[in-house]
Every structure is written in structure tokens, then in C-alpha cells.
Design a protein around this ligand. Structure first.
Ligand SMILES: *[C@@H]1O[C@H](CO)[C@@H](O)[C@H](O)[C@H]1NC(C)=O
Length: 324
């Protein structure tokens, strides 16, 4: 190519790049206009006010209480509390404390301060420590005598869900208040290698993802009625409770069994964004599935039958879906 040819080629290149850019910009403009018009149209039709009122329509009813399990991870606890205390319909937070030493004054002061900062419309979230002498995973399901709300949101200190997800799950729970409603589904499978039908395998995240089927939602992030705290405390067989204390595992499976035994129905899995802020949970430790499988088998034997009911229903917020 001679010099003139190179120049012409350059010009052509610049102009095509230019036109591509212009097309992109035009495309964005059209896109934005459509979205803006759509927004206007729904406003015009009186649609947005409905969406807004959905957030508040149950405002006169009671909210929910968070029961948070924690263990010597004060930074996570502070992070979680400062997040959840902003959620609109949260009424109170109960921190399940099973450490040998009571919570320090500085920790209490810090948490109370955060909650005061997040107070809006004069509605302050109540914060309580439920202090336990014994260190047991059963503590997270102890009956709470002064609980003012029917709804309990049971949550670990190392997982964060946006308030919008929590409040949506609360809406789902309100339409099925005997049911467990949660974000982390798990499954029990009949063991195919065993001739009998009474051996099971615990199905983790992958098997739920692959099959779309589940029969439990874990109490690390789930709503349930407060009556199940009473039933767990008073009616769960002592052998199961002892097993849980000794093995430091499976209290969540036991709660799923308990609720299913009462309702005879599956739980409800709610779609929600999850942010894990702690790095190591027991689920990342070796032999996890085998231990959980053992729990499912053992609890089924203890209950005298398998109460868990599989389902493939999933609740999603239809406001966040464009195509259906
Ligand atoms: C399961 O439900 C049955 C029937 O309602 C009841 O008799 C039994 O005590 C329950 N089992 C447990 C372990 O709660």
C-alpha cells in the first residue's frame, strides 16, 4: 500500500468506528427512551403505586423477629446486625449466645449504637441476647418467652441477604405460616444401593441444582412460626437433641423433620441473593455429606417414618422477572 492508500484506509477505519459508536449511542438512547416511557406508562396507569403499597400493606400486622446464631465471630455479628437492623418490618433481634463468657459491654454498646443509628420513624428494633449455659446447637431453637411476633427469621451470622429478599420471603411465609420458608434448599434421596426403602442420602446444593427438587430448607436462612420453637424444645426426642449436641451438626435437619412431621407438607424455597461473609462453614469441611446422610437416616428411624416431602416449587418475586 502506498502512503495515500494508508491514509484513505485510516479515514475509512475512523469513519466506520465512528458510525459504530454512533449506532451504539443511538441504540442506548432508544433503549433508555423505551424504559423511561414504560415507567411513565405504568405510572400513568397507576401501577407503580400498587408496587409501593405492596411493601407496606401488611404494615399494620406484626413484623418478624430475627433469631441469629453466632459463635465468637464478633466482626461478622456486627456486620450482620448493622445490615439487618435496616430491614423495614424487622421487630426484634435475638442473638443466641452459647459462649462461656457473657457478651462484653463494648460489644453490647456497639450493637445498640448501630441499632439507634438505623432507627427510622421512631420505630426502634429491639435487641436481646439469649444467654445459654450449655454450648449446644439446640440453643438456637429454644423457646423465647417474650417473643412478640409470630414470624421468626432464623439466620446464621455469616450470611447476608438483601432486605428486599428477606421481606419477600416474609410475604411468602405470611401466605403459608405453618410452613418453613427459606433460601437454602436441600434434598433427601432414597439410597438406591440398598434394597430396602428406609435408607437415605443427603442431597447437597449440586443435587438440588441438577434436579430442581428439594425437601428441606435450612435454618441458616429461613422463616418459620414461633410455635416450632416451643415444639422443638418440648417435643423433640431427647435422643435426637443429645445426638445434635454431641456431634455439633444437623439441628437444621431436625427442625425440617419436625415441621414436616406437623404439616405433612414440603417447605417453600424462595429465590434470593446470598452473600456469604464468613469464609469457613462446617459445610466446607471433609466428610460433610456422610455426616448429614447419617443424620437423615437416624432421624427417620427416630421418627418412625420419613416425614420429609419433596417438591419442586420455587417462589420468585414476579416484579423482578421480565419474561414469563
Ligand atoms: C410426629 O407426628 C405424630 C403425629 O402427629 C406425633 O404423634 C409424633 O409425636 C410426632 N413426632 C415427633 C418426633 O415430634
Amino acid at each position: 500500500m502506498n502512503r495515500r492508500g494508508v491514509q484513505r484506509f485510516r479515514q475509512a477505519l475512523i469513519s466506520t468506528v465512528g458510525s459504530v459508536k454512533i449506532k451504539l449511542v443511538l441504540g442506548f438512547c432508544i433503549g433508555f427512551t423505551v424504559i423511561a416511557l414504560a415507567g411513565r406508562a405504568s405510572e400513568f396507569m397507576g401501577w407503580t403505586s400498587h408496587t409501593a403499597s405492596l411493601e407496606r400493606f401488611s404494615g399494620s400486622r406484626k413484623g418478624y423477629a430475627i433469631v441469629m446464631n453466632t459463635w465468637k465471630r464478633y466482626d461478622l455479628l456486627k456486620q450482620s446486625i448493622s445490615h439487618y437492623s435496616r430491614c423495614p418490618r424487622l421487630d426484634s433481634i435475638h442473638i443466641v449466645w452459647s459462649e462461656p463468657n457473657p457478651p462484653s459491654d463494648s460489644l453490647k454498646k456497639f450493637l445498640n449504637h448501630i441499632i439507634e443509628l438505623n432507627t427510622r420513624d421512631g420505630r426502634q428494633v429491639k435487641l436481646k441476647f439469649d444467654i445459654n449455659k450449655e454450648d449446644s446447637l439446640n440453643n438456637r431453637f429454644k423457646e423465647i418467652p417474650d417473643l412478640e411476633t409470630d414470624a421468626v427469621f432464623s439466620i446464621d451470622d455469616d450470611v447476608i441477604f438483601p432486605c428486599s429478599s428477606v421481606e419477600f420471603a416474609f410475604d411468602v411465609w405470611q401466605s403459608a405460616s405453618d410452613t418453613m420458608v427459606g433460601f437454602v434448599p436441600r434434598m433427601h434421596w432414597v439410597d438406591p444401593t440398598n434394597g430396602h426403602m428406609d435408607h437415605y442420602i443427603y442431597g447437597g446444593w449440586w443435587s438440588v441444582w441438577w434436579t430442581g427438587t428439594y425437601s428441606m430448607v435450612l435454618s441458616k436462612a429461613a422463616f418459620f412460626h414461633k410455635k416450632y420453637l416451643r415444639i422443638y424444645t418440648n417435643e423433640m426426642p431427647a435422643s435426637i437433641k443429645d445426638f445434635i449436641t454431641k456431634n455439633r451438626n444437623c439441628e437444621d435437619i431436625a427442625m425440617s423433620f419436625l415441621v414436616a412431621n406437623v404439616t405433612g407438607a414440603p417447605p417453600i424455597w424462595v429465590k434470593g441473593k446470598i452473600f456469604e461473609i464468613g469464609s469457613t462453614g462446617i459445610s466446607s469441611m471433609g466428610g460433610h455429606t456422610e455426616k448429614r446422610t447419617h443424620c437423615v437416616d437416624r432421624f427417620a428411624a427416630e421418627f418412625g417414618r420419613m416425614p420429609l416431602v419433596p417438591t419442586s416449587v420455587k417462589a420468585v418475586d414476579s416484579r423482578n422477572i421480565w419474561f414469563w
